[in-house]
Design a protein around this ligand. Structure first.
Ligand code: BGC
Length: 421
């Protein structure tokens, strides 16, 4: 028996990349609802669930990482890391700053960005809507408006007609279920509502919007055997029962899986060419004492390994989730996976442990075709402002200097050798 550890090889052609979203890195996204909301909250104490960031002041995104101007520098970094793919988003508020008015300069900007990736031989996964919305759209009620899918379709049509040739994979909407929960159930994000009726409307309008977008993208781009690849990115969690012998807690897990992990896919069946999966953590569900209600197990930092977001680090969960999604019989891309931490050694371990589990899932027959680490840069983390550090690259938000962290080197080795040892 040899003690030497085996190298874990990934299938040839596996996509290695990082993921970002426009509002979180570009800066000066002034026509969006997030920009507007941030100005309102400037200097206020953060209204967040995460302990580590409570009592901190909210800082608006401002010029952020200035990726809008520095994108070439950032793409140099991904090239250096031997990435062969990149996930990024395009900002609807820039392309259509007023209803029905297209900004051709902004369109040209994104054309330049995507062409730059193509020149480097990097496959492009483009998200059309990643949480932020144009202000005009938000003022019309956002996704609560029955006409919202129609507005979205027009924007998608414009983008696909103009940029279609430069994109390999389309993500129509990022994490619809998280958006509904954060904006319309838990009241953390704009428009900060707690209204189940509106949440339902938003959800089903997003379902309709995805279906419309799926159809129009295929209609414009499909030619002969050449077919567009369209999907969404869903946030999937690894749910577990607090105690395995409690039937009710097993039932909670079943329902959470169905409602949170599966339902968007179920409502949009036949409108996915691949499954986009964002995986971050595990949640254990417990029956509340004296009621039949589920509650999430509270975990303390000294009891378990948590990220700075308070999320339970659980690499095996990605294996469980992938096995579960195998039943959809579609190729799977991990469109996000990462950790908020100021301890980069923890990030290196996170990366290796999760990729080991993904490799195991592939060995078991799951058709995983790519991995996009969240994120390339430390960036603007929504309601938690600049607190959480998700990047493989550190950004000094004053000087805009980029400094690759040790995890950058680790990921570089993985990508260049298409495997890990
Ligand atoms: C979102 C990202 C976010 C990340 C970390 C995902 O849910 O798509 O925008 O930054 O999680 O919280």
């Amino acid at each position: 028996m040899t003690t030497e550890k085996k190298k874990l090889k990934f299938p040839s052609g596996f996509l290695w990349g990082t993921a970002t979203s426009a509002h979180q890195v570009e800066g000066n996204n002034t026509n969006s609802d997030w920009w507007f909301w941030e100005q309102k909250n400037k200097g206020k104490i953060l209204n967040v669930a995460e302990e580590k960031f409570k009592n901190k002041k909210f800082e608006p995104s401002g010029k952020c990482c200035d990726h809008y101007n520095l994108y070439k520098k950032d793409f140099d970094l991904i090239e250096k890391m031997h990435n062969n793919a990149h996930r990024l988003s395009i900002e609807w508020a820039r392309i259509e700053p007023k209803k029905g008015e297209w900004d051709l300069d902004e369109l040209q900007h994104y054309k330049n960005v995507l062409q730059d990736l193509k020149k480097r031989n990097i496959k492009v996964m483009l998200t059309l809507q990643h949480f932020s919305l144009p202000n005009w759209f938000a003022n019309l009620g956002g996704w609560t408006n029955f006409k919202s899918p129609k507005y979205f379709k027009k924007y998608v049509e414009f983008v696909v007609k103009n940029l279609g040739e430069l994109v390999d994979f389309w993500i129509t909407i990022n994490e619809p279920e998280i958006y509904v929960s954060m904006s319309y159930l838990q009241s953390y994000w704009s428009p900060q509502e707690k209204n189940i009726k509106k949440a339902g409307k938003v959800y089903f309008n997003m379902v309709r919007a995805h279906r419309k977008a799926y159809k129009i993208i295929h209609k414009i781009l499909d030619k002969g055997n050449k077919k567009a690849k369209v999907g969404i990115s869903a946030n999937v969690m690894s749910f577990a029962a607090y105690k395995k012998h409690r039937l009710i807690e097993l039932l909670f897990v079943y329902l959470a899986d169905k409602l949170i992990n599966h339902s968007f896919f179920d409502f949009t069946k036949k409108h996915h060419d691949f499954l986009g999966v964002n995986y971050y953590f595990r949640v254990r569900l417990k029956k509340e004492k004296g009621t039949l209600k589920p509650v999430v197990e509270e975990i303390k930092e000294n009891e378990r390994e948590l990220s700075d977001m308070g999320w339970m680090i659980y690499p095996h969960g990605i294996f469980d989730v992938l096995m579960d999604f195998k039943d959809f019989n579609l190729p799977i891309y991990i469109t996000e996976n990462g950790i908020a931490t100021t301890d980069d050694t923890k990030r290196c371990k996170f990366l290796i442990d999760h990729l080991t589990e993904i490799h195991h899932a592939i060995q078991t027959g799951v058709d995983v075709r790519g991995y996009f680490h969240w994120s390339l840069l430390d960036n603007f983390e929504w309601d938690k402002s600049f607190g959480p550090k998700f990047g493989l690259v550190d950004v000094n938000f004053k000087t805009l200097e980029r400094k690759p962290k040790p995890s950058f080197e680790v990921y570089k080795n993985i990508c260049s050798s298409n495997g890990l040892s």
